[in-house]
Design a protein around this ligand. Sequence first.
Ligand code: ADP
Length: 483
Amino acid sequence: MLDVDSNRQTMRLRIGGAWTAAADGAETEVVDPATGEPIGTVANADVADGLQAVAAAAEAQPGWAATAPRERGEVLRRAYELLVTERDAFADLIVRENGKPLAEARGELGQAAEFLRWFSEEAVRIDGQLSVSPGGDKRILVSHKPVGVSLCITPWNFPAAMITRKLAPALAAGCTTILKPAPETPFTAFAIVELLERAGIPDGVINVVPSDRPAAMVTEMLAHPAVRKLSFTGSTETGRALLAASAQHVINPSMELGGNAPFILFEDAALDAAVDAAVITKMRNNGQSCTAANRFYVAEQVAEEFTARLAQAVSTMPLGSGFEDGVQLGPLITTAARDKVGSLTQAAVDTGAAVRTGGSAADRPGYFFLPTVLGGLAVDDDILGQEIFGPVAPVVPFGDFDEVLPAINGVEHGLVAYVYTGDLARGLRVSESLETGMVGLNQALVAEPAAPFGGVKQSGLGREGGHHGIQEFLEPLYIATNW
Ligand code: ADP
């Protein structure tokens, strides 16, 4: 295991299998969001470093593409086993730089490891096709090649799983990579990469360039002819800018962007289970997840009881450092994140929302916000159109579902929705009427390495996980022939 304590003061860039400082010597500070105190520094890459990383990945590309699929799969399998064995050390690291409770960090690592296992199995299932053309004049031979050097940009909210979800399929497909992790959580990224190298990934196949000034660096990397793929997870706003930059060089993009998940509760649902699910879908990772339930539409017969029970449940969730026993809610990631949640909440209150619990930042060091439930909202209130990314649950009662459906679908995002009902046929009908890429039907957690994760509309392009995940890093080669 990477000795994070001794390395975290001096952590550098990883390029071509060597540790190196940023070309201009720049570093950034990493902060513990539970205290606001610095926990270390990390090299801060710029254009020259990014281009050096591209050159290293380009040099390693032919060798990695030519490595037997079984061998690529076995490296990933070994990485899976190492991560399972070393889970606790990784969990400590995630809590330190991201702030989430230790149990959630362990849960994330379970999923991060499963991406390695799933794609270790996918590496040897890259298939093709042989057929006769309809006219009978030729054979159609289709095989799949790695798309090539892949730039993977990841966020801070799941500092391990967002990385394995991209690197594992890229590596399984035979692509070399440059990872640009979030500046808030670089240490987990380095630890994951170091683990993959111990499992047998050759030098130059994964390169890491953390940066808090990524715009110019990424633009220049996308302009390099060796880069053929961009896989991005982050905000819709950054995704739009990166799509525009990719378009200049016709780079193949995969985009996992923002969400605005509705949680729809019908009067025939089991209320206990629905309240538990509401707490999970809203409060996991403190609401800092693109799949977080962002707005609760509740049948008017049960709206008051649901709101009261949800407020009661979240108001007793212990808040604190992720290392403390029993803590269920950590801090938000930065002061800016906490202040944004505060101003969205205040704006809702100013236009008539009722605070049922919480409603403000917590009075303690670090970036804590009280778990909050808001009632008294109308379907057209502003907060319902915004991705809150924090522990705030606005509840909207509805009478006729068909009347509220246009408002539910009338947002720019379309990642996931949650539907709770005791009538499975109704649940399936409603699921099909929602404009999202995923639905949790009486199910709070949808993310699953064996399933295609992704959204429609401005929530993104492409899918991660399942059989779709590896396809994002492959390109078909069609050979027309005859014999
Ligand atoms: P968030 O608001 O959740 O941090 P961002 O979209 O800003 O979401 O960040 C997600 C990732 O994208 C991070 O690694 C971040 O450093 C990176 N990023 C942010 N802006 C840019 C940009 N203009 N070009 C490339 N990467 C960027």
